[in-house]
Structures are given as C-alpha cells and as structure tokens.
Design a protein around this ligand. Structure first.
Ligand SMILES: [Mg+2]
Length: 402
C-alpha cells in the first residue's frame, strides 16, 4: 500500500466539551493529522463516518485540494452546516498530516510568513463560555464563573479591572458583547436611551480609563434590526471601538450595507459564512470593513487562505475567528502569519490558559499580546495520550473495509 494512502479516520469527543469534535486521519506510513470543528459534535461525527470516511479511505492524503473539491462542491451544502463543518475538520487534519509527513510547520506549507508574529485580541468569554451543548434559544451570557479569567463577568461588572488585567499581560485589544441581554428582552427591535447608556457603559468606562492603551471591539451577534443596529453604532462612536461585529444577520447584504453606511466605525462580519463565495458577495456589494472567518466552520485551512486572499484583493483586513478549540486557534494563526492583510488572531485567554491546555499540547505561543507559531510540524497541536485515555473521551473509527 502506498505510504500516503489514508488508512484510518477517527473522531474524538469529550463530555467535558460537548461541542468539540476532533478528527484524526492516519496514512499507511503511520503519520497522523488532527482536525477540529465545533458545535453539535455528535451530528458532525455521524457525517464524517457516514458521509466522508468511505470516500477518504484508500485515497492519497496529500491530494488536499481534490478532497476539498469533492467534499465541498460535490457533497457539501452552502453555509456552515454539519457537512461543511465536518469537511472543514477533515481539511485541517489533511494539512496537519502533510506537516507531519514533511516535518514542516503549516505556515511554511502555505508559502511562508508575511509576518513572524501576529497581534492577538482577547475575546472576553470566561472559562465556561460556550461549553454547554448547543440548544436552540439558549443564551451564553450567563455562563460565567468567578475565576482568574472570569472575563465574561468582568466586562459586564468590572470593565476597568478587566482591562487592567489584560494590559498587565500585554494584551491591548479586547472584544465584549454587553448588548446581548437587552437584545433578548427587546427581540433586537428597539433600544431605549437608558438601555443604550447602560449597555454601552463598559465601552465608555474602558475608553475613559484607558484611552490610548486599550482598544475594544463591540460584538453584536447579529441580534438587531438595521435602524437599531445603526443607532447603537452611532451611540458607540464617541468611544471609538475598533469595530462593530455582526450588527445584523448576514442574510441580506443590503441590510448590512445600510449599517456600514450609517456609522464611521468599521463593520466586521464573516464567522457565520461557509466557503469563499458569500465573502465575494459581501466584498462586492457592501461597505464591510474587516473580514473574519473560522477555519473549523468555513472550510478548513484551504478555504480560510482563499478567503484571506479575497479580503486582501478587496483591500480589507482579515482576522481568523477563535472561540472554539485549540486546533482552530492554531490553524487560524498559521493562516494569519501567512496572509497578506491579516491584522489579528482572536483568542480567549480563559480557554488558552485553561481548558485548551488541559486537552492539548503544542499551542501557538502568545506573549505580551503577540502570537507566534510553536516550533512543531503542521499546526502544532497534538493530544497527549493521557487525555484520550480519560473516561469522558469517546472515539469512533472508520477503516477500509471495517
Ligand atoms: Mg463574533
């Protein structure tokens, strides 16, 4: 059997992180690559074994581009549904496999770096943020604990203390979502002057205390109508957020364009989009200022790089999303080191210093607000043997003829 032939496709899930799914692909030489996706892990696991493994087994693991085309263009669907997320995890695993076969880091396989390190910003979720299983109608704003990295609680209650603790680690950029609770109460249809003042208080307080030292992005999670999102954006302008993120749902490009034109603050969108095609429409038809994408959702390393190139083609900055898992962080970071207009790598310090380290090793190095790649092949992240032996982890494996 040819050495690069795929012989095994396994999936790993953990009761501790029910949204997290890892994919492990092994070739005939015993080289192994790891991929990851996030949300409805058991559903995506079923797709991988029932919809993709039979195709992959026996194929050459090095033909990453061809496998992308088969899984996305022939069997895939638009958006970031289970088939896309599964195929994204497979694509990341195949790039990692190539890294392990060649001994080269992913950034080098992509054609080298545009920068040796990339700035990070901290997404202020706490240790338990998005840990629970995805359930329709559930909000994540209550998932806080009192902890060293209780950043979700921190931005809602003690924003100056939070900003100060980030600055102490050299992190000068952060993202918060103080409007989510009011969007639930008002169904995103209205916000009163008093509610606006209350919701924007964390932004105002950090601006007042740390102007020139800390920059803040305002996440809006697609929860608002156009006029209300525009009203919020204009009210936030005195505090000069780095960007407003997903002010409205991205299912109507004219709507997002109206918000872009209503404010001087750059608008960032993208994490909800699958494949490069909707990004082209966004870039052609709206005033969106910054492009975000998640390797675990949008289509793996292959498509993340294409989306980054598209952003550069339209003179836009690009930033990979991470609020999901250690391999997503690492895969995005390697693309960010490579891509022409990458501006930031997102990270969640509560995860990076917390559960990411409990389940993996070889994370990118983040120091003083900057990220650099670990000196390891592929994306760098591996699973320690003792982690897979733990009772809360389950594994499902497909092999040729099995
Ligand atoms: Mg977001």
């Amino acid at each position: 059997m040819k050495g690069t032939t795929i012989t095994r496709v396994s999936t790993l899930r953990s009761a501790l992180q029910p949204n997290l799914l890892w994919v492990e692909i092994e070739d005939a030489d015993g080289a192994v690559g790891l991929g990851e996706t996030f949300s409805l892990a058991e559903t995506v696991e079923s797709y991988i074994h029932e919809g993709a493994a039979d195709y992959l087994l026996g194929k050459d693991g090095g033909d990453i581009a061809g496998h992308w085309t088969t899984l996305f263009r022939q069997r895939g669907r638009s958006g970031i549904g289970a088939e896309t997320r599964g195929a994204a995890a497979i694509d990341i695993a195949l790039w990692d496999l190539l890294g392990h076969r060649t001994g080269l880091p992913l950034w080098q396989l992509l054609g080298g770096r545009s920068r040796e390190r990339i700035r990070v910003y901290n997404t202020c979720g706490g240790p338990n943020y998005v840990r629970a299983a995805a359930v329709a109608g559930r909000q994540y704003t209550g998932d806080f604990v009192r902890d060293r990295y209780d950043d979700l609680w921190g931005f809602m209650n003690e924003p100056e203390r939070l900003a100060e603790s980030l600055l102490a680690e050299g992190v000068r950029h952060m993202k918060i979502w103080p409007l989510d609770d009011i969007s639930v109460v008002n169904q995103g249809l209205h916000i009163s002057a008093a509610e606006l003042r209350t919701a924007l208080a964390p932004l105002a307080r950090i601006h007042k205390a740390f102007e020139g030292e800390m920059e803040v992005a305002l996440e809006m999670h697609g929860r608002w109508t156009v006029p209300v999102a525009s009203k919020i954006a204009r009210a936030a302008e005195p505090y000069q957020p780095m960007w407003i993120e997903d002010p409205v749902k991205l299912d109507n490009l004219r709507a997002i364009d109206e918000v872009c034109r209503a404010t001087t603050i750059p608008v960032l969108v993208g994490e909800t989009q699958g494949s490069r095609y909707p990004y082209r429409e966004i870039l052609e038809r709206t005033g969106v200022g910054i492009i975000m994408s998640d390797p675990c959702w949008t289509g793996g390393v292959t498509e993340l790089r294409r989306i980054a190139d598209l952003a550069a083609t339209y003179q836009r900055a690009f930033t990979p999303h991470d609020c999901t898992g250690p391999i997503g962080l690492a895969a995005g970071a390697h693309v960010a080191l490579h891509a022409e207009t990458a501006i930031f790598q997102e990270f969640v310090r509560a995860f990076y210093h917390g559960w990411y380290r409990e389940v993996s090793e070889g994370l990118p190095v983040i120091e003083n607000g900057w990220l650099s790649a670990a000196d390891r092949p592929g994306h760098g992240v591996t699973i320690p043997d003792e982690v897979r032996k733990r009772a809360e982890w389950s594994t499902r494996t497909s092999r040729k003829g099995a």
